[in-house]
Each structure stands twice: as C-alpha cells, then as structure tokens.
Design a protein around this ligand. Sequence first.
Ligand SMILES: NC(=O)c1ccc[n+]([C@@H]2O[C@H](COP(=O)([O-])OP(=O)(O)OC[C@H]3O[C@@H](n4cnc5c(N)ncnc54)[C@H](OP(=O)(O)O)[C@@H]3O)[C@@H](O)[C@H]2O)c1
Length: 107
Amino acid sequence: MEGAISNLPSRRVAVVTGGNKGIGLEVCRQLAATGVTVVLTARDETRGTEAVEKLKGMGLSYVVFHQLEITDNSSIVRFADFLNKLFGKLDILVNNAAIVGWSATQK
Ligand SMILES: NC(=O)c1ccc[n+]([C@@H]2O[C@H](COP(=O)([O-])OP(=O)(O)OC[C@H]3O[C@@H](n4cnc5c(N)ncnc54)[C@H](OP(=O)(O)O)[C@@H]3O)[C@@H](O)[C@H]2O)c1
C-alpha cells in the first residue's frame, strides 16, 4: 500500500528509484538517517512496502513508499502527481534504477 506521511515543510524531500534493495535501499537508509524525508520507490508494491517497514524498524520514520516502474509512462505520471500533491517539491533525486539502452520513445 502506498503510504501517507506528515509533511514538514522544513525537511528536504528525496526520491530514490529502485529503493527496495541493494544500493538504492542503502541510499534511502542514509538519507533518512540524516533527516531527509525519503520517498522510496519500487516497481513492486510488496517489495517496496517491505523495504519501508525495514527502515521504519531501524527507527527511520520519515520514509514513504510509492510504486514507480521507470519504463511505464502511466506509473511515472501517477508518481509525479503523488509527489506534487503530498510535497509540492523535490530536493534530491537519486536515479538508482538504471536501464541500459532503454529510451522513452520505445514505449
Ligand atoms: N552494484 C554495483 O557494483 C554497481 C556498479 C555500478 C553501477 N551500479 C548501478 O547502481 C544501481 C543499483 O545497483 P544495485 O547493485 O543496487 O542493483 P540491484 O540490487 O539489482 O537493484 C536494482 C534496483 O532497481 C530496481 N529496478 C530495476 N529495473 C527497474 C524498473 N524498470 N523500474 C523500477 N525499478 C527498477 C530493482 O527492482 P526489483 O527488485 O523489482 O528488481 C531494484 O530495486 C544500478 O543502476 C546499477 O546499474 C551498480
């Protein structure tokens, strides 16, 4: 389930793509540990929410999940809408989920 989080305007907001594991998850952990509100995105809702719960279990409260499949334009639009409505800004973007050789014009 995609989460809700209380928005404190003074906190910086970061988005991490592919945040459910590996380098992306560690980037989420480190950003949240330094006081940044983190939007952890993952293409799979179960894996994403489990990752957020893992970080919350470490005492990192300001982490919220939203689904984002970076090759799916409708997913991107839904995510942008969520981000705009909840935060109205983006301070840090970590494009972790990279796909070699993919172009938006291929969709
Ligand atoms: N590890 C290294 O030594 C190394 C070296 C140089 C560069 N990098 C780059 O660093 C980044 C992370 O590496 P990693 O080792 O942490 O990789 P990883 O463990 O394979 O994690 C990749 C993450 O990206 C997600 N992802 C993949 N395709 C996606 C898509 N189409 N839409 C949304 N999310 C997607 C994966 O989701 P799922 O769990 O759903 O698959 C996963 O969360 C990659 O861009 C990689 O190319 C890594």
